[in-house]
Design a protein around this ligand. Sequence first.
Ligand code: SAH
Length: 380
Amino acid sequence: MPLVLASPGPAGSRPASNRPAGGRGRPPRHLADLPLAERRAVVAGLGQPPFRASQLSRHFFGRYTDRPEEMSDLPLAARDPLTQALLPRLLTPERELACDGGTTRKTLWRTFDGALVESVLMRYPERVTMCVSSQAGCGMACPFCATGQAGLTRNLSTAEIVAQVVAGARMLADGEVPGGAGRVSNVVFMGMGEPLANYASVLAAVRRLTEPVPEGMGISQRSVTVSTVGLVPAITRLAAERLSVTLAVSLHAPDDELRDTLVPVNRRWKVAEVLDAAWGYAATTGRRVSIEYALIRDINDHAWRADLLGSLLAGRLAHVNLIPLNPTPGSKWTASRPAAQREFVRRLEAHGVPVTVRDTRGREIDGACGQLAASAVARP
Ligand code: SAH
């Protein structure tokens, strides 16, 4: 049974105070948007010694707090001006749902302008993964994905993305997640949105998450995965950044005829171009590319498609992640039969392609792959 953990109202949330005057629609500036040198400049502009930027950054990235009352190393009079200038509260928790004995937790967030986004924390014995949203909604319109059905509201800012991870880190540090105090070890850009359609903010978020404290949060680049529908120029651009993050490509079909319908952006960039870009990424970074494939009964789970996929991937630096289709509202599609799934796996393995079936978490709370719809809840 899903458990509603909290439904905090707007009370207690701090209004964002430094919203840029003419910048309608832009989230307020936050230190996670800026490199450390620019945070220093903001602090200096307030007449404070620049090292206070590092202190504030340590509070946010190392202690996961933006609350002035928790910053005892800052002079009392400086706390409010500094936090207002660099640590506006960007995300207000609207609702939290948990399952798997509390180790899978989905948070619905409201942004400063009322957009809704979701993030999911998943604790496993050996790691904690935060699945974050990069956009409110999504413009890619994949018919089997709940987020894709709603359309795009807007891009998230770098700090709005990073704040989702920091919130998860705080939950863990506070011991709110069963299993004792812990840390976020992995971040996957697999929540709402198409990360590579919000390139600049996502790239800066990756940098912020992986730079050491106080610049950033100190998560290993190897533990970060960016997932894409296959925006070819952006994949090439990402490869040139020379990061060690994992690229995941949501393929879902090995042939253009079917992929044109399952992943509509395929009409622009075909399977062969997407895979070429992926192999380019693998060659430049040395990282194995993850090929995501949601198995949909009688739609894309045929034996011949497994063989075709196997022949496209054989000998490549790739690994297939099969995702049993999760139900979404209004869709008549469903997960493959167990026998079809087993045969799909067997045929990929026969081509020498490494394959895993994703243990997809959070289905009971609509928190699993493709289920994030950020449906509005009644305000208290
Ligand atoms: N837009 C990016 C990031 C989202 S990742 C991308 O598509 O890669 C979310 C993953 O879940 C994608 O691989 C997506 O195709 C997959 N997915 C979407 N709907 C799903 C569903 N109903 N069941 C299983 N997986 C789904």
